[in-house]
Design a protein around this ligand. Structure first.
Ligand SMILES: *Cc1c(COP(=O)(O)O)cnc(C)c1O
Length: 393
């Protein structure tokens, strides 16, 4: 029998949850995992329910009717996931030639693909231009000159800095033009007669603070006005990714975030095209990640368990502070565990002091719900361990 350990603990906390979780979130039905395991277990796997991807895509569009979603391919580049997005009329955002090839092979029109990686190699730019990609992001004068030297008629959008307060993965700092540098880039665009045609920002991944989008949109509207004054023709607002999914912490639902966004874009003229780049939001809830305990040990009074998938095998986001719900088949009372992956690298430690049943042992299954994003996409063969399987229903 399945005992949802951490979720039981969480439900005692419902008063706080209700402040945030205004809409029930969906998850893959556990019976599909049981059915999959009837075929035996060979290695860690992700089981994806494509009907949940469809549901999330529809929910996103219903909440934000003026905003067209461009799925961030990096969250889960599985071909079947991409095909589901295509069927749901979701477009795409990419960072590399491999991601571009994946989409072109599935018939996605290049002109609808947004190249949203702020610093691109010249070779990748040339490749994208040769395939017909039209829209490119930049956040520096150097990148603007690079793009224009490869494709003089590129349509470009400026990634600006926004607050990442309340995001589990703050991205501010690595990317995003600082407000004081925007003028220089606008001047460079007019000097080169370049089509700097829009603004984007990224509030940080798993962002639980809807106000970050409001601030980003308000800043973008100011930049539009500076662009127009300089003689440019701004016509794209790209409000990026960051829409959160449910793990152990309460989240604002997409409807709550959409209220803030819809209000902020309400007065934008009709000719401004508005897009977003959800990654995690569209795929995370659709899948369980399943792995297995390969051994346990007691070290200096501490209990350790070792899984057959660690930070090199797909479970890497825990090392940056994501708290997954972890389910097992055991019903023993909880004790504190340290959890590590199967490799010999000392960095391959996933969690410390996690409360899980004391009777967990070798060969037990570990089930992680809502793990469809940034798991298999990150996995490597380091130390000879296999990549996880991906099954799609
Ligand atoms: C990763 C990424 C996204 C998706 O972010 P999520 O937090 O998964 O929604 C969107 N846009 C850009 C430019 C990205 O790099």
């Amino acid at each position: 029998m399945l005992i949802p350990i951490s979720s039981a603990a969480l439900r005692e906390n419902t008063q706080f949850e209700n402040l945030f979780d205004t809409h029930p979130e969906v998850s893959l039905n556990f019976k599909h995992i049981q059915e999959q395991l009837l075929n035996g277990y060979h290695k860690p796997f992700l089981l994806v329910d494509s009907s949940i991807i469809r549901h999330k895509a529809r929910r996103f569009k219903a909440a934000l009717p003026r905003v067209h979603p461009h799925y961030a391919v990096k969250a889960n580049p599985d071909r079947r996931v991409i095909e589901t997005m295509i069927e749901e009329n979701v477009s795409f955002e990419i960072a590399s030639s491999t991601e571009l090839d994946l989409l072109l092979a599935l018939g996605v029109p290049a002109a609808e693909i947004f190249y949203s990686n702020p610093v691109k190699s010249r070779a990748y730019l040339e490749y994208a231009a040769s395939k017909g990609v039209e829209w490119y992001v930049l956040d520096s004068a150097e990148e603007l000159r690079k793009i224009v030297s490869v494709k003089a008629d590129a349509k470009m959008y400026l990634r600006i800095d926004t607050p990442n307060i309340g995001s589990d993965w703050p991205l501010a700092g690595k990317f995003g033009t600082h407000l004081t540098d925007i003028k220089e880039i606008i001047t460079e665009a007019t000097t080169l007669n370049a089509d700097l045609a829009g603004v984007t920002f990224h509030v940080g991944s798993q962002c639980r603070n809807p106000q970050n989008w409001r601030v980003g949109i308000e800043r973008a509207i100011k930049v539009f006005s500076d662009m127009r004054t300089a003689g440019l023709n701004p016509r794209l607002l790209n409000i990026g990714g960051g829409y959160p999914v449910r793990h152990t912490k309460p989240i604002p639902s997409i409807d709550v975030i959409a209220d803030v966004i819809n209000e902020a874009i309400n007065h934008l003229p009709k000719h401004i095209r508005i897009i977003a780049e959800p990654g995690r939001y569209l795929v995370s809830d659709s899948a369980y990640f399943v792995c297995r305990v390969v051994g346990t040990a007691t070290r200096n009074g501490k209990r350790w368990m070792y899984w057959d998938a660690g930070m090199f095998g797909g479970v890497i986001e825990v090392t940056e502070g994501l708290h997954y719900e972890i389910l097992t088949d055991r019903k023993g009372s909880n004790i504190s565990w340290s959890i590590a992956g199967p490799t010999c690298d000392s960095v391959d430690v996933l969690m410390q002091e996690v409360l899980l049943p004391h009777d967990i042992q070798e060969d037990d299954f570990i089930y992680i719900p809502n793990a469809g994003a940034y798991t298999t996409a990150y996995a490597s063969n380091f130390n000879g361990f296999p990549l996880p399987d991906v099954f799609v229903i």
